[in-house]
Ligand binder design. Structure first.
Ligand code: HAM
Length: 424
């Protein structure tokens, strides 16, 4: 067997302790932000039946065609997939547990998602999303609520250069009409289509509009527009959403070419985009999916949601100059000698009882080398304990930022240390 060091799977990252501090801080901000809008947490498995994603996301999408980690469970033959996104799982869970029976639901989840894409900055094979779903609401008030939520979060995080792109995909009847017109149009220009577009012509012509091929841009520009097929209800839904956003001074740009890479959307779709992350500039995206619940086997119910890419957001924050938060310990306990070690461990527990963060030196060494560790730990106070102190049931308290070292009896230690921190 080879003994070379094994590496993480390509496109899947370790998050090391320094960076994890930032993640923990971010997760706290997110929890408070979601609670302030009344969204409640839901946790789904990372693995789902493959059929769920095929049905929800669409068979003729990049995700389902090329990017899913799908496999057969050798033990029972089940066809399974690591979740490439959370909406399908969330809707499955809501239906399975009948959560829409009494009331609509505002839900969120966060965690790993898996897509076998070509890794590059901001695009990974394992990445993290915070996903937000409102099920059972037909909008446009809830559409606006979710966009306002995002705007508030960017403000809280100090992100200024993100812009909102907005579009409506209309209802299924408008989409069918548009689809038929697109097929006719592209058939008339079949000689100008590339291989990918030709393949998608009948299965998913809308995705041709998403092509980045420069040779097809003029053709795409002149293609029939969905806007021209929209019915009255879809148009007034879109107008009402825009009106609420204007009332709240949320700037947006209408982008008729915004179609999204998943098939379940209708009406409102949106993306928050930055120019600071190169090609992977979408930090948050979503929209309305009024047909999905029925498509997965539930009673028809409208829904709206979005998800943000946590890696992309955190890169933006760090590039914007945000320092990594560092959680520090309060007290570092230095000790030498057998009696001293017993007392050190006892006082460390005693101080933790009162809520302090305490690092107990482990591994021995001279007082001098232990004090160096105390210094680099960032602790505000070191406790120094030798066998003499231990015999007298005392410890020396040394403020790390200078100041006098004092001896304190173990019984008074908690009170003294807490007083010291209050005065600081
Ligand atoms: P999505 O646009 O596929 O939508 O992904 C949402 C966000 O996840 C993207 O805007 C991006 O920030 C991040 N993301 C996607 N793929 C990667 C990747 N390979 N590496 C890093 N970040 C990535 C959805 O997933 C929908 N479920 C959103 C939604 C919820 N719609 C309705 N409800």
């Amino acid at each position: 067997m080879s003994n070379e060091t094994l590496q993480a799977v390509k496109g899947m990252n370790d998050i090391l302790p320094d960076e994890a501090e930032l993640w923990l801080w971010f997760e706290e901000v997110i929890r408070d932000w979601l609670a302030s809008y009344g969204y409640r947490n839901i946790r789904m498995p990372l693995v789902e039946p493959t059929a769920l994603f095929k049905r929800a996301i669409g068979e003729v999408t990049d995700i389902v065609e090329k990017e899913m980690y799908s496999f057969e469970d050798r033990l029972n033959g089940d066809q399974l997939t690591l979740r490439p996104e959370g909406t399908a799982s969330c809707v499955r869970a809501v239906l399975q547990h009948n959560l829409l029976y009494n009331a609509p639901q505002r839900l969120y989840y966060s965690g790993q998602m898996y897509r076998h894409e070509r890794p590059q900055k901001g695009r990974y094979r394992q990445f993290h999303q915070v996903g937000v779903e409102a099920l059972g609401f037909d909008g446009p008030d809830v559409d606006a609520e979710q966009i306002l939520m995002c705007a508030r979060l960017w403000k809280k995080l100090g992100l200024t250069d993100v812009t909102l792109q907005l579009n409506t995909l209309g209802d299924s009847a408008c989409r069918q009409r548009h689809r038929a017109k697109l097929i006719t149009y592209f058939e008339q220009h079949s000689e100008s289509l590339d291989a990918e577009a030709t393949r998608r012509l009948h299965s998913n012509p809308l995705r041709i509009l998403d092509s980045k091929n420069p040779a097809m841009q003029a053709l795409i520009e002149a293609a029939p527009k969905l806007m021209d097929e929209l019915n009255e209800e879809a148009l007034s839904h879109f107008a009402a959403l825009q009106a609420i956003l204007r009332q709240h001074d949320v700037a947006f740009e209408i982008n008729p070419r915004l179609v999204r890479g998943l098939d379940y959307y209708n009406r409102t779709v949106f993306e928050w985009v930055t120019t600071r992350l190169g090609a992977q500039g979408t930090i948050c995206a979503g929209g309305r999916y009024d047909g999905l619940i029925e498509q997965i086997g539930g009673k028809p119910a409208p829904a709206m949601g979005f998800a943000m890419g946590v890696e992309r957001l955190l890169v933006l924050l760090q590039e914007g100059g945000m320092a990594l938060p560092r959680s520090k310990v309060d007290v570092y306990v230095v000790h030498q000698g057998e009696l001293a070690s017993q007392l050190a461990s006892k006082v460390a527990e005693q101080l933790r009882d009162s809520g302090l963060r305490v690092l107990l030196h482990c591994g021995g060494g001279s007082f001098k080398s232990q004090m160096k560790k105390a210094d680099s730990s960032g602790a505000r106070v070191a406790l120094v304990i030798g066998d003499d102190e231990a015999r007298a049931n005392e410890v020396s308290v040394k403020p790390m930022q200078g100041g006098e070292q004092v001896k304190v009896s173990v019984d008074e230690l908690t009170v003294t240390i807490n007083k010291f921190f209050k005065q600081e």
